[in-house]
Write a protein that binds this ligand. Sequence first.
Ligand code: T3D
Length: 263
Amino acid sequence: MKFEHILYAKRDATASITLNRPDKLNAFNVPMLEELLAAVTDAASDAGVRAVLLTGAGRGFCAGADLESRRVPEGGQKPDLGKNLLKWYNPVVKTIRTMEKPVVVAVNGVCAGAGAGIATAGDIVLAARSASFIQAFCKIGLVPDAGNTWHLPRLIGVARARGLALLGDKLPAEQAEQWGLIWKCVDDAKLMEEATAILRQFASAPTRALAYSKALYNASFSNDLATQMDLEAQFQRRCGDTADFWEGVKAFLEKRKPDFKGR
Ligand code: T3D
């Protein structure tokens, strides 16, 4: 696929996706969503890719759905708002959450609406100190979507998630870190350096174990303790079948750095 609204590059066992409509704060129109879904699907299925980075070009990460494309002429046909969610946003969020490799999100600026849903689906979310998160939906008569009502209460608790959704207040990156919405807030100038360092660490990590950890955390909120511990045992058994586990043990005993192959 030809990418015109995002940048997509693969190198050194990593894939980088950059939302690239900076003049519109990377708001999602359909061609951009189509490209984003193609990129995350490719990164998920490419066994050579062991870590994925998602960021935005310019001063914003993403301003949510492109409202310009929601301009309907007087008497014109009203769009079905559920359609884009089912066709594009939901598969993007599900692919990020279920891909068997970590996704690092570098939130470079304002992150609104569905943009916040997609950002908080990442495994490690860094944000520039000048960035902010906005559940902008209530300001235009919509409900939070793109996984926001699933991820936010789990990450920051129901009171805060509900407050953000109903008031539409801007949450600065530092507070997002304090509330546990994101992993870390960093100085603007350090954002890409720190995100890239984490990406590189993941690219030489025991990928199967990270994928299984991700699957365990995906399951933990809907399981009881006994079921979750059974699942841990199942995944630990699978880790025992990976070459990386045996390399990790060998390297520890030989007092050297492990050479994980992601298998
Ligand atoms: O429709 C469906 O398919 C259903 C799915 C819905 C999912 C959703 O995400 S709904 C939520 C949609 N997003 C919003 O409501 C946010 C709208 N934007 C804003 O509130 C503000 O722009 C921000 C708080 C994000 C940033 O404010 P600020 O002051 O830093 O920037 P700005 O001046 O408002 O925006 C800069 C430019 O980006 C401006 O264009 P211009 O005038 O310079 O040509 C602005 O119009 C454009 N822009 C910002 N957000 C959007 C947008 N253009 C289209 N769609 C946007 N969402």
